[in-house]
Design a protein around this ligand. Sequence first.
Ligand code: V47
Length: 365
Amino acid sequence: MRKFIEQAGLGSILDKVEAGERLSGADGLQLFQNDNILAIGYLANLVRERLNGNKAYFIYNQHINYSNICTNLCKFCAFGKDKESALAYEMSVAEVKDKVRQRLDEPITEIHMVGGIHPDLPFSYYLDLLRGIKEVRPEVHIQAFTCVEIAHLATLADQSVDETLAILKEAGLGSIPGGGAEVFAPRIRQLTCERKLTGQDWIKVAQAAHRQGLYTNATMLYGHIETLEERIEHLEALRQAQDETGGFLAFIPLAFHPKNTEMSSLSRTSGIDDLKNIAVARLMLDNFPHIKAYWVMIGPKMAQVALSFGADDMDGTVKEEVITHMAGADTDQAIGSDTLIRLIKEAGRTPIERGTLYDVIESHN
Ligand code: V47
């Protein structure tokens, strides 16, 4: 195998991976620029198996998007709508509780809840959402509100981010999903989401959460106008942040879906780029315990293959995915746990149903 990797021009990276040495930004760039996907995958799989063995995780979760009304209106997003739009919606707390109630007969362990930056819902609404969900399903873990939303909630609450997080935690917040990171580079934010929280501030919110004992995830929206260098800078910024506070659980590369967005002239990502983003993330983010292949965005088949290219998690049953489907995703909006188990087994991995914090619920040997 060494000969094959050397022939691909990746011998020095293999040396570092075998020695457990950190890769440089230049190494990351070299990987993105290399065409030998099998060699890149082999390297990523070494790290993946060192960290997670043969395990491949999934979760029984339910997504709820309480409102799509958003003042940021990012160019890559088909979900966020102006308040006056005919497609704008907002759920009452009672409606969200009903959504949870409707699935009480399913073994859901996590509610994943995000929305837009709503111009006028009060802070109390968000606290009522958390408390309401806990009333209906007390045991469920609520993973909610991106770092962008948390910064907005701090403004609404007229409190520091630390204090806001403490109040949300008290109301039932269990952890924070990875959305809103996009690409940290100011150039990309300027061109695609100029009203959004800056990359630096996104990281500050995540680190504040870690200091409060709240785990968070991180994402990168790839496959639009970002350069490979900007992808690497994004990964390096996350790695640095993780060195400092250690509270990131998983990294999820998000494949850009152009339909119904202001960037609809761009193409969908390719399978090779999807796999490279998983593999390079696994190799660069040596301090992230998990890399997720989000089947909603890259399709269940590609997510299955990704389990041999660095990913150790397929995310979950999801139920009612909205954000990617508004942008033209052709995957289903939900997937059965039986299908996830079958896909994982066929990939030669051991399916592990996990809780949000990667506690083992059931191992399907
Ligand atoms: O924040 C928006 C992205 C994110 C598009 O933490 C788009 O485990 C692709 O963050 N094409 C929301 N992506 C989804 C998300 C997520 C999903 C699953 C698991 C986790 C986790 C997090 O989707 C947004 C934005 O970055 N997004 N528009 C689009 N057109």
